[in-house]
Design a protein around this ligand. Structure first.
Ligand SMILES: Cc1ncc(COP(=O)(O)O)c(C=O)c1O
Length: 391
């Protein structure tokens, strides 16, 4: 089946569902027929069987299972799981594969809270991190040590949108006996299936496009067969799950994601075409744009693009002018998330410790929402007028 069909049908082929949508089952306790039944369910679970019926709510209700099935089919993976935030999924995807004395590789362009976790928290467990140039190809080899257990990727990178050579990096990680993990939030499971090119774990902040309505906080993990046993053990031992209500909302989000994403991208492209004509704009950071340095990799690996992009201004405007540009926006909200129906515009100050950023002027990021693109352009136009007035 094509991916758009999987989005609509995934997790629905269950004999027990009369309605289109799965039941919203809230539950901790599961009742068993007999002692033999109790023992059998626990035995199956301990033997690695993730199927139903489960022995306890922490292993997932039918609502969880419906969402997991849909996501696993989209990603072409073995098993999926949901956690209370995208950040929790990023950090657990690392923790699952490391122990004291290990080393992880993380791109310099990574989502800042993931950087903070690697920098401040992993050392408490005796795990060290090397940040690497996100544009590294085969030369990533020189950063591997005998204790490197995780190669983390985020493509395109948070805020600055560097594309990574995912198949190459994943193959190197595999050869070096490390697990490769990718934050795949920007591309969504619709436009990129990293497991199909050799990555072991695909992570999403389902908070963004999967939820799509700015009313959900959730992270997801999809593993291949190699990565699942350690992940499964870690999730169960830490006792990590999420609410069935959230899984229901996330599954509902998947159903309309293709239609939303097509509109997000169409609007992003209209805004980008307009922005490129503004004399203050140095460059737009969006791998689907033919002028972007990551365009060739994007074209090779991804089948579409979402509506999140960055803008680098030329040096010149004062801080006051830049704030006036952002503060006066009427349609673009000032909010730290993205992927919802509402447009957002935020200033960016990315932290880099390996490769200094080439941009000398102000940076901002736009999440193109579902409003009419012409209205959004009017809002941006008024913003540039404020920027010029301050100058
Ligand atoms: C690339 C990326 N990964 C992960 C996350 C974390 O998601 P959440 O906000 O659900 O913790 C974010 C959130 O902004 C993000 O931008």
């Amino acid at each position: 089946m094509k991916k758009n069909t999987l989005l609509v049908t995934g997790g629905r082929d269950r004999e027990t569902f009369d309605f289109v949508n799965p039941p919203l089952t809230r539950g901790s306790t599961v009742l068993h027929e007999s002692v033999a039944d109790m023992r059998e369910r626990v035995r199956r679970r301990n033997a690695g069987d993730d199927g139903e019926p489960v022995a306890y709510g922490i292993y997932g209700t039918p609502t969880h299972q419906a969402f997991y099935e849909a996501l696993t089919a989209l990603e072409g993976g073995h098993r999926s799981w949901a956690l209370p935030s995208g950040l929790a999924a990023c950090t657990m995807a690392i923790l699952a594969y490391v122990q004291q004395g290990d080393h992880v590789l993380v791109p310099d362009s990574v989502y800042w809270p993931t950087r903070r976790f690697c920098r401040d928290t992993l050392p408490r467990y005796g795990v060290s991190t090397t940040f690497y140039d996100p544009r590294a190809g085969a030369e990533i080899e020189r950063h591997f040590t005998p204790t490197t257990r995780v190669l983390f990727l985020e493509s395109p990178g948070s805020l600055t949108f560097e594309m990574q050579d995912v198949p190459l990096l994943a193959s190197i990680a595999r050869r070096r006996d490390a697990f490769s993990v990718i934050d795949n939030t920007w591309a969504t499971p619709l436009y990129f299936q990293p497991l199909k090119v050799g990555v072991d774990v695909s992570v999403h902040a389902a908070t963004k496009y999967i939820g799509g309505h700015s009313d959900l906080l959730m992270g997801t993990l999809t593993c291949n067969e190699r990565a699942w046993p350690r992940m499964r053990e870690t999730l169960h031992h830490y006792g990590l799950t999420t609410s069935p209500d959230d899984c229901y909302v996330a599954l509902r989000g998947l159903r309309s994601m293709a239609a939303r994403l097509a509109q997000h991208r169409a609007t992003a492209e209209k805004l980008i075409a307009w922005l490129k004509q503004q004399p203050e704009v140095e460059r737009v950071l969006y791998p689907a744009d033919p002028d972007d340095p990551g365009h060739a990799l994007w074209k090779r690996d991804m089948s579409g693009a979402s509506g999140l992009f960055g803008v680098a201004l030329k040096p010149g405007p004062s801080e006051r002018a830049f704030h006036a540009f952002i503060d006066g926006m009427r349609l673009f909200g000032r909010g730290y998330s993205w992927g919802g129906f509402e447009s957002l515009l935020i200033p960016m100050s990315p932290e880099r410790t390996v490769v200094p950023l080439p941009y000398k002027g102000w940076l901002f990021r736009i999440s193109a929402g579902l409003e009419d693109a012409d209205d959004l352009i009017d809002d941006l136009g008024a913003g540039f007028a404020r920027l010029r007035a301050q100058a």
